[in-house]
Design a protein. Structure first.
Ligand code: NIG
Ligand code: FE
Length: 433
């Protein structure tokens, strides 16, 4: 890397990336489905210019030098592959405490549902998150954001849902707001008091639903702390009628709708997501044919979470049936301490291919533009095209196939976020904004 002439006031306003063997990217500003889900443009012999946070040029070096003055900074990709920064459209980032004891029990054969029924599961993380201070939760969240960034994620969704009362849900979402101010990874916050019925409301789940709708949601909306809302629709958690009630006010607050659907049982969650006009439905391991058809007709994005299948030693979502039915598939980590403890979208892409049967190209589309579409951002991020935000990852690999083919190591070399180098040679650097 060589820094040349610094820009106005010393700020780096233009960055030229040279020496890439391949730039691989989906194209367009919306979710890709069917055959288009597997279409990656492969560009060779191109340089990339980032300017004022956007991609300003993709083409030959000669053409670049004819049209532009020298960039403030030049990065040599040294034969690597450039992909769009990953977008992680489903995480539970602001949590406290860990559940390795439960993990041990699962390794010994107990199921996630059995552990939850015996008083473990989500409620144990709720207790730890309620006990954590704002600063403790912020520190834990910032560390996770660092791990995401170092594995190539430049935008992440993050949910509340381990507070489950007004003040603790607000605490989680305020942590996300503060983390977004301090960290280069862009955070898209989702309100999820509909994650579980907390212990103090166990005797009256409908009463809890009423409390969420009348007290927690308005408090979140009053501080503009969320862009979307999510509910865990599952046997023993929230029934479809309760989920419907929890999502009925989304329009009033201007929130996008997301749903945890058909994860452990088929409750017709996919059809519910379609009926409510959800942006995405996650999990879908047990989705029926009718449910899949409803997602396709309504244009709901399926957020597949192969980390959960792997971590819980469960089946994988029916990815091939989803793609064949024309449902756009996105991938996410679901980063949480119970069912998928990872921040790495690279690991998720690998599991999606080797576990769920996606091609590398389909998985890359799922982890970039389709994930961006699930968060209403495909017009701005998720592809490498002129005019899009300059969120890029340079991998130490000769082709995008190596993302999966060369598994188990971190091939992320450099990360560019909004035109700034934020990871160089695998290490975080502070930006010169
Ligand atoms: O997405 N399914 C519900 N919620 C999380 C698990 C959360 C937890 O176990 O703490 C999920 O898998
Ligand atoms: Fe989840």
């Amino acid at each position: 890397m060589a820094a040349t002439d610094a820009g106005r006031n010393g700020a780096i306003v233009s960055l030229l990336i040279i020496g890439a063997r391949v730039v691989a990217t989906p194209r367009g500003s919306g979710a890709l489905s069917g055959a288009a889900q597997g279409a990656l443009a492969i560009l060779e012999d191109v340089v990339l210019r980032c300017e004022q946070g956007l991609i300003a040029f993709i083409g030959t070096r000669t053409e670049h030098d004819r049209r532009f003055s020298p960039a403030d900074e030049v990065l040599d990709a040294e034969g690597g592959t450039v992909l769009p920064g990953f977008v992680d459209p489903h995480t539970h980032l602001p949590f406290a405490g860990y559940r390795e004891d439960e993990f041990d029990r699962r390794l010994a054969g107990e199921s996630y549902a059995q552990i939850a029924a015996s008083g473990g599961g989500i409620v144990s993380t709720v207790a730890a998150t309620r006990n954590a201070t704002f600063e403790e939760l912020l520190e834990a969240t910032l560390k996770r954001l660092d791990r995401q960034l170092l594995s190539g994620t430049t935008t992440t969704e993050a949910k509340s849902g381990y507070g489950l009362d007004r003040d603790n849900e607000l605490k989680q979402l305020r942590v996300l707001r503060e983390a977004g101010r301090r960290h280069p990874v862009e955070i898209v916050a989702t309100a999820m008091p509909g994650h579980e019925v907390p212990p103090e409301w166990r005797h009256d789940p409908d009463g809890y639903v009423g409390y969420v709708v009348s007290e927690i949601y308005p408090a979140i909306a009053a501080e503009s702390l969320a862009e979307g809302v999510d509910v865990f629709c599952e046997k023993g958690v929230f029934s479809p009628p309760q989920a419907r009630r929890l999502l009925a006010d989304a329009g009033r607050f201007g929130w996008r709708i997301h749903l945890h659907a058909d994860e452990l049982t088929d409750l017709a969650g996919a059809a519910l997501a379609a009926e409510l006009g959800a942006a995405s439905a996650s999990h879908l391991l047990h989705a029926s044919e009718q449910g899949i058809g409803a997602l396709a007709s309504a244009g709901v994005i399926a957020v597949v979470l192969p980390g959960v299948s792997f971590f819980l030693r469960d089946r994988f979502a029916p990815v091939r049936r989803l793609i064949d039915a024309g449902v756009p598939v996105a991938l996410a980590t679901d980063c949480n301490p119970g069912s998928s403890h990872t921040e790495s979208m690279v690991q998720i892409v690998i599991l999606a291919c080797l576990g769920a049967g996606m091609s590398t190209e389909e998985a890359v589309v799922a982890a970039t533009v389709n994930a961006a579409a699930a968060l209403g951002r495909a017009d701005r991020i998720g592809t490498i095209e002129v005019g899009k935000q300059a969120d890029l990852v340079i991998f130490d690999m000769p082709s995008p196939k190596h993302l999966v083919y060369h598994f188990g190591v971190n091939l992320v070399r450099h990360v560019v976020k909004t035109g700034h180098l934020v990871v160089v040679d695998g290490k975080r650097v502070t930006t010169s904004e």
